[in-house]
Design a protein around this ligand. Structure first.
Ligand SMILES: [Zn+2]
Ligand SMILES: [Zn+2]
Length: 340
């Protein structure tokens, strides 16, 4: 089978690999769609921490099940996606129903080879039913689930103000699930195009560009002086993360979804007087995947809004570098591995 290997930063090569072999406990998916993620772009750029090369990237997948691996509730020929975070099942996180932050988590396409190939073998426990979704919609379930998980962590309530900082694909998903939870969403980003997308396509009432207005003043105005009770970072940018502490209302929660390598610094008195809650949100669980699928099936979220670029598998090597450039205007690029 054909596989696209990231041999070193900045270099892809198509290689012929052996098709996965059938074994109990491992299902084989014939890949149909692959969504390109920030993680894939950073891995290609060489800026992804703890990344080994060569590596087959790709973890936002959908396809056809060609071997169930003994999974009794799945059938050969059905459309599936999978949860690309493989967990140990034995650590304290796994035993507390938090496999998304397993102490020895292996993410497909990051720590181990992923799905930039025609077939992929995955543990049967990771399979997720399509819920009637198309392969296009289904390959966006994983990134959307990360947003859904963050909103579940934040326990967002009807009517409260949620500030989302960073309008990348993850931030956009966070904003959508905050809206579905009944929140009043404020999106902040320095990219005018993305803010326009938030207003026009996602119908968000409040968008802020901190380059053109004073963000604190603006948020103060929008929230009637109270500030948001939930602040979520989806930038993974240290300066932005440090800055956003000051947008928290008294009693607010601050959830970090974006990840960076440095140390966070915060004024202790400012954080303390607010009785602030700081939490991180990592990956997503089966509950989030199934919730996202139900939201798409009922029309609350439309993944097609996110797909700005489409490319055939054979053209990924050539097209991929262009998606690193902001002027391409890419939100989500989707790879079509073979005809349906
Ligand atoms: Zn991703
Ligand atoms: Zn574990």
């Amino acid at each position: 089978m054909k596989a696209l290997v990231c041999t070193k930063p900045g270099e892809f090569n198509y290689e012929i690999h052996q098709k996965p072999i059938s074994k109990t406990g491992h299902a084989i998916i014939q890949i149909k769609r692959i969504g390109i993620c920030g993680t894939d772009l950073h891995a290609f750029e060489g800026t992804q921490p703890y990344f080994d090369y060569p590596r087959i990237l790709g973890h936002e997948l959908s396809g056809i099940l060609v071997d169930t691996g003994g999974a009794t509730d799945f059938e050969v020929g059905e459309v599936v996606t999978f949860i690309p975070y493989f967990n140990c099942g034995n650590c304290i996180a796994c035993k507390s129903q938090k496999p998304n932050c397993c102490s020895s988590l292996k993410v497909s396409g990051v720590h181990i080879d992923g799905g930039f190939s025609e077939y992929l073998s995955v543990p049967t426990y990771s399979l997720v039913k399509s819920g009637g979704l198309s392969v296009d919609d289904l390959c966006l379930v994983e990134p959307l689930s990360i947003g859904a998980h963050a909103i579940r962590r934040a326990e967002v309530k009807q009517g409260e103000f949620v500030l989302v900082v960073g309008a990348g694909p993850i931030g956009l998903g966070i904003a959508e699930f905050a809206r579905i939870a009944g929140a009043q969403v404020i999106m902040m980003d320095i990219n005018e195009g993305r803010l326009q997308f938030c207003k026009e396509t996602l119908k968000l009432a409040f968008v802020i560009n901190p380059k053109t207005v004073d963000p604190t003043e603006e948020i103060h105005k929008i929230t009637d002086g109270n500030m948001p009770t939930v602040v979520i970072d989806a930038t993974g940018n240290l300066a932005a993360i440090n800055k956003s502490f000051q947008y928290m209302a008294h009693g607010a929660k601050y959830i970090l979804v974006g990840l960076q390598k440095g140390e966070i610094s915060v004024s202790h008195p400012e954080f303390h007087k607010r009785e602030g809650t700081l939490m991180s949100s990592r990956n997503a669980t089966r509950e989030d995947f199934e919730y996202v699928i139900s939201c798409i099936a009922s029309g609350l979220v439309n993944p097609a809004n996110y797909i700005t670029h489409r490319v055939l598998f054979d053209d990924v090597k050539e097209q991929f570098p262009s998606w690193l450039k902001p002027e391409t205007g890419v939100i989500k690029a989707v790879v079509e591995v073979s005809e349906e």
